[in-house]
Design a protein. Structure first.
Length: 135
């Protein structure tokens, strides 16, 4: 099993996330409903600000983040390279991470993105439930 990106300090509904969205940026507002969907994936979802970005975790294992840039917003997935993506929403070439870009004039298919969010959550839940080697 690959190492997971763990944040023991993650907690249920970190108020710093709401403060990040409250800054009034239009692209943050664009991605906010999607972050709320990440939070709603399960009762075990925790979050925190990591590297200046709202980050969603299953328990303490990061599975997704959002960010806003000058011309687009991203929903990123920490194990995105391993996710099934039949709608081909994911971008990136890194070893593990992938992201979906959101733009006001070019939004991804909503049903496909909802399915991807749910899949990323379930994938991380599965990874956490796998037996881990003891050191």
């Amino acid at each position: 099993m690959e190492a997971l990106f763990l944040f023991p300090e993650a907690r249920r509904r970190d108020p710093a996330i709401d403060a990040w969205f409250a800054q009034g940026d239009a692209l943050r507002s664009l991605v906010q409903p999607w972050y709320e969907r990440l939070r709603d994936c399960g009762a075990d979802v925790r979050d925190l600000i990591h590297d200046g970005r709202p980050t969603a975790c299953v328990e303490e294992a990061a599975f997704a983040y959002v960010d806003a840039y000058a011309t687009h917003a991203n929903i990123g997935f920490f194990c995105g390279a391993d996710l099934d993506d039949p709608a081909h929403l994911l971008e990136g070439t890194g070893k593990r991470m992938r992201h979906v870009k959101l733009r006001f004039n070019r939004m991804p298919d909503e049903a496909a993105l909802c399915a991807l969010l749910a899949h990323a959550y379930k994938d991380m839940r599965r990874r956490l439930d796998e037996p881990r080697p003891r050191h």
